[in-house]
Write a protein that binds this ligand. Structure first.
Ligand code: PGA
Length: 243
């Protein structure tokens, strides 16, 4: 794993945006893996700025998001469809038919998982995957205990994840109990991975990722076995590691 340690959240976001812009410019039909959550918000703003300044075009890019809640319509403001539209897709020239998220509002969840995995394969796999990390080590919504062999699948969200995400809802009771997520196997097939981590709250998490053995108890630990991972951490998140 390569490490880029920067001063703060803004620098982390800039560093990630520079990597993504460079990749898309080198390979305009890049397949991107995208993430939601608080961590990449500034990163998306910077990508929009780069697009507006004509430094990058997303016209030929295809994207696949990591996850989506089950049972929430794409029009619902808590859905990850909505998040991506608001924070990125509505502001750049990525054609909507090339931007994919798992379909969480369906009676046919198993088929939706299989179709999603197939679409990723048909696109040639993910070239560059963006990841955040949950306090319990989840990547996507792959909670501790998830098999490393899983492809896109339905998960029961851990109580701690529902608590962490309750800040986006009126109450914790409204946070869905299930989600669809790319599996660890899907994520590990990405050619390149960039993981963003920011803030003192995540310092223990990064310590565990770097020092603990690879184990399904801490899903992100599998990244130690991927050949091309860059971790971009701000100083606060990196305060417990020696890099
Ligand atoms: P966050 O979420 O960026 O909102 O901290 C990360 C995650 O849970 O994967």
């Amino acid at each position: 794993m390569d490490f880029i340690i920067v001063d703060n959240y803004e620098e982390m976001s800039k560093s990630a945006a520079a990597i993504f812009v460079e990749n898309v410019n080198k390979k305009p039909d890049t397949v991107l893996g995208l993430a939601t959550g608080s961590t990449p918000e500034r990163f998306y703003e910077l990508l929009i700025n780069e697009y507006k300044e004509n430094n990058v075009s997303f016209e030929n890019v295809t994207s696949f998001n990591l996850d989506e809640y089950v049972g929430i319509s794409p029009k619902n403001s808590q859905s990850y469809h909505y998040y991506m539209n608001e924070k990125l897709f509505n502001h750049i020239n990525l054609p909507s038919e090339q931007a994919h998220l798992p379909e969480g509002k369906t009676d046919h969840l198993q088929e939706a998982c299989e179709e999603y995995e197939q679409k990723i394969n048909t696109a040639g796999g993910i070239d560059l995957q963006l990841l955040g990390i949950g306090l319990n080590g989840h990547i996507g919504f792959n909670e501790p205990g998830t098999s490393f062999d899983q492809e896109t699948h339905v998960v029961d969200l851990a109580p701690s994840t529902r608590e962490a995400n309750a800040r986006f809802f009126d109450s914790i009771d409204e946070v869905p109990t299930k989600a669809i997520t790319m599996g660890i196997k899907t994520i590990m097939q990405s050619k390149q991975i960039v993981l963003l981590i920011s803030g003192e709250k995540k310092a223990d998490c990064l310590y565990q990722l770097v020092n603990d053995p690879v184990s399904e108890d801490f899903p992100a630990s599998i990244l130690n076995q991927h050949p091309n991972v860059t971790i971009i951490a701000d100083k606060a998140a990196a305060s417990k590691i020696n890099k």
